[in-house]
Design a protein around this ligand. Sequence first.
Ligand code: GLV
Ligand code: GLV
Length: 329
Amino acid sequence: TRSRILVTTPIPEPGPSLLDGAAEVTVLEEPPTYEDLAARCASGEFDVVLTQLRDRIDAPLLARAKVKGISNFAVGYNNIDIAAATGRGIMVGNTPGVLTDATADIAMLLILGTGRRVIEADRMVREGRFHGWEPELMLGADVSGRTLGLAGFGRIARATARRALAFGMEVLFAPRPPADRPVDESELGEFAGRVRKVSWDGLVAESDYLSLHVPLTEGTRHLVDADVLGRMKPSAILINTARGPVVDEAALVRALRSGTIAGAGLDVFEDEPRLAPGLADLPNTVLLPHIGSATVSVRAEMSRLSALNAIAMAEGRTPDHPVNPEAWS
Ligand code: GLV
Ligand code: GLV
């Protein structure tokens, strides 16, 4: 009999064609509620579920689930309780690599866009408030010559470093705080001698732009809180293309209001799609709807990888991109 795959939200090609060629596929046209998804996972009707970031796959859901695998349509997997999945012998797959450059592009865009006030400037033009060139119109912050601090030094951080170096920025990084794995100078590769490794406290104090590139874990939740914001330069700008809960968003609003820091460029929010009260009213922010990986070709690649992961797991094979390969051992 063919294996059975549940897809919780329609995805772009080529995923649907690949899945249809290999399995009985059920695609939910509307994102399921938590209860609906939990019931479907528990029904025994599906071998694998292909999930989105907003599908919460927690321990209670996993405790009842009768699936072999979960294929997440994302590189991040904070929506899934990985330890609980492993404990239940459920493999999880993700889509690393294909969205690295696109997400780094958005980090660079937020650096440029907050520094040079692109949203405020665009609004001025559209609202008919541009009355001709003026010596002090819309003065912003420099990008070239300024210091970019990268929290974390994984794929996306490195791709952002590459862009920032090309823009003439000085680049610092601190390994994932709290450091779970130190980065050795010998691992810097193309960045040896071009980026400087500092402590987390040094990164916070020295950065003109502080960009977050850590996964969301219990250790990184509210990594940037009122205390950290208070230790940043008053001229500093916070960039977040990682996960919203890494920042205490209410504390960020207070810091932006009071001038504790100068601005923020955010592609992710603590409680998406909601924003912390007051955030949307602040002019010194650029706010994007979680579009780091949102290009036509990247979403097609994510579709392909997540479909191939799902098919492999449905057929009892370890997928190309497992998060917890030990789940089946
Ligand atoms: C998007 O945020 C992803 O994790 O792929
Ligand atoms: C995510 O893919 C990262 O390693 O930054």
